[in-house]
Ligand binder design. Structure first.
Ligand SMILES: O=C(O)CCC(=O)C(=O)O
Ligand SMILES: [Fe+2]
Length: 311
């Protein structure tokens, strides 16, 4: 395989070398090493059909994570994805066409994935790029005051969900939800906290994640969360799903300035994936944030899968 950098600070592109090289022959340990150290691996020019894409993701997975947005969350009304595999594990991301701000996938949930896999079934004719940016780089580029702010604040997400939805998200039977949550609490990385309240039919979850997180495969702090996305959503007077999210403790009024600085840093360090047919991008969701430019045509068909990693 031929490995070239996407940017000086993160990401690599892998192309078949020789041209006849098949994805199944790629060295798994080497791929894992690249994901751990570079954060993003873009595979371009390989023989990926959808079934190959799915098989590829399973090689890295301790557990695949169902796309919660493919099953409606009652009272949330947020439904953005279409299930294409029948088990919610593979979904499209093109149902709504607007731009999407910087975020880490589902990091407002204690079940958030380590790895995201995006696959290009059909590229857009124009527009519709996916942007990637390195949370470690963003954190290190912030001045000391902002780093200090991020270290002292957390994002607190409160969810009220029907127990049946929680069971589905956790992939367990309804009667095993409590036990699965206990296991989840024990497996949370340092800095995250989960408090649960059970009512007759609902589960209220309070999930805290630090704004400066330690990434899964490094000892570095990263800005990799949904704060910038929520800033956009707030301005558009939207709420996401059934969650309500606040910064804790409540920040002072210069908070907006802090967000503006971080947003600029995110864009300045961004790599734009201009999709080509059968591209497969895998990235560390605890370190790399992603965003999307508006979709301008009907051609774009990007699929998503995500998992808890087996390494
Ligand atoms: O369409 C994309 O490129 C990414 C979409 C996305 O980030 C999402 O649906 O969470
Ligand atoms: Fe996303």
């Amino acid at each position: 395989m031929k490995v070239t950098p996407l940017r000086n600070d993160f990401g690599v592109m892998i192309k078949p070398q020789p041209m006849s090289e098949r994805w199944r022959d790629l060295d798994q340990a080497h791929l894992q090493q690249l994901i751990k150290t570079k954060g993003v691996v873009l595979l371009r020019g390989f023989d990926f059909e959808i079934a190959d894409y799915e098989a590829f993701t399973l090689r890295f997975a301790q557990k695949m994570i169902p796309n919660r947005e493919t099953f409606a969350i009652p009272n949330g009304g947020y439904r953005d994805r279409e299930d294409v595999s029948g088990d919610s594990l593979t979904a499209t991301v093109n149902l709504h066409k607007g731009p999407i701000g910087w975020h880490s996938e589902d990091c407002h949930l204690p079940t958030s994935p380590h790895l995201l896999f995006l696959y290009c079934e059909s590229p857009p004719l124009r527009g519709g790029a996916t942007l990637l940016t390195d949370g470690i780089e963003i954190f290190s580029q912030c001045d000391e005051n902002i780093r200090d702010f991020l270290t002292r604040h957390a994002h607190l997400h409160t969810w009220t969900l029907p127990s049946a939805s929680v069971a589905r998200m956790l992939g367990v039977a309804l009667q095993n939800v409590e036990e699965a949550i206990c296991r989840l609490v024990e497996s949370l990385p340092t800095g995250q906290k989960l408090e649960i309240e059970f009512t007759t039919e609902h589960i209220i979850a309070r999930f805290t994640e630090p704004l400066a997180r330690i990434t899964r495969w490094s000892q570095h702090k990263a800005f990799c969360n949904r704060l910038l996305l929520y800033r956009v959503l707030r301005q558009a007077k939207l709420r996401e799903g059934a969650a309500s999210s606040v910064v804790d403790p409540t920040p002072s009024e210069d908070f907006e300035d802090v967000l503006r600085v971080i947003d600029s840093l995110a864009y300045l360090s961004a790599y734009h994936v201009h999709w080509q047919s059968r591209d497969l991008v895998v990235f560390d969701n605890t370190r790399i944030m992603h965003a999307r430019a508006p979709i301008l045509d009907e051609q774009r068909r990007i699929l998503i899968r995500s998992c808890i990693a087996n390494f």
